[in-house]
Design a protein around this ligand. Structure first.
Ligand code: ZN
Length: 197
């Protein structure tokens, strides 16, 4: 049984995201402008206090999302890379216009309250200069309270952050999760690195 999983993992390990692939992903999303418009209208409503769903509103308990992604990554950790790159697209195309500031420290500071406002974590920027930044997420929606499975699973956060910060800064940023509740840490910690090209 284990070998069957290993077989799929070997296939997934072949997934590569080079610059051409990333650009093809951007083009594919750009070919569906109605999606991007729909997403930004949804944020517009949210900011005005209006819900997308008329009866149930925008909130839901977080367990469905956690069970789905925790088991996906436990079984196939190679998909963390795919999640990260898809999330980068969300950061670039959907969330970038929520950013503010010009330098990385300014961008980090401006971004800091969004996590708590959207109730996915309480964010604390620990350090930031023009080349790198470190921030923490307390009570992360993805992993807080998840048992220690020896994995850092918040690839969605890391990827969206990479996309948002890259778009705001005009330089490619990579974000790595260095601590995670699913790895036995009390909070998530992320390292932002500006890639100088
Ligand atoms: Zn985490």
């Amino acid at each position: 049984m284990t070998d069957k999983i290993a077989e799929i993992r070997r296939q997934l390990a072949q997934i590569r995201f080079d610059d051409e692939t990333i650009q093809a992903m951007r083009d594919k999303i750009a070919a569906h402008p109605q999606l991007q418009q729909g997403f930004s209208e949804a944020y517009g409503k949210y900011i005005k206090g209006e819900a997308v769903r008329p009866t149930l509103g925008n909130e839901m308990q977080i367990f469905y999302m956690r069970e789905r992604q925790t088991l996906t990554f436990l079984l196939f950790p190679e998909l963390l890379k795919l999640e990260y790159e898809v999330a980068r697209m969300i950061g670039e195309s959907v969330m970038a216009d929520q950013m503010g500031g010009y330098t990385l420290p300014e961008i980090m500071k401006h971004n800091e309250p969004i996590a708590a406002n959207h109730k996915y974590a309480i964010e604390e920027v620990v350090e930031a200069d023009d080349h790198h930044a470190v921030y923490r997420h307390y009570e992360c929606a993805d992993c807080y309270g998840v048992p220690n499975i020896g994995m850092k699973i918040c690839a969605y956060e890391a990827g969206t952050a990479a996309g948002c910060f890259s778009a705001a800064l005009g330089k490619r940023c990579e974000v790595t999760e260095t601590k995670c509740c699913a790895n036995g840490d009390p909070y998530c910690e992320f390292l932002v690195t500006v890639v100088e090209e």
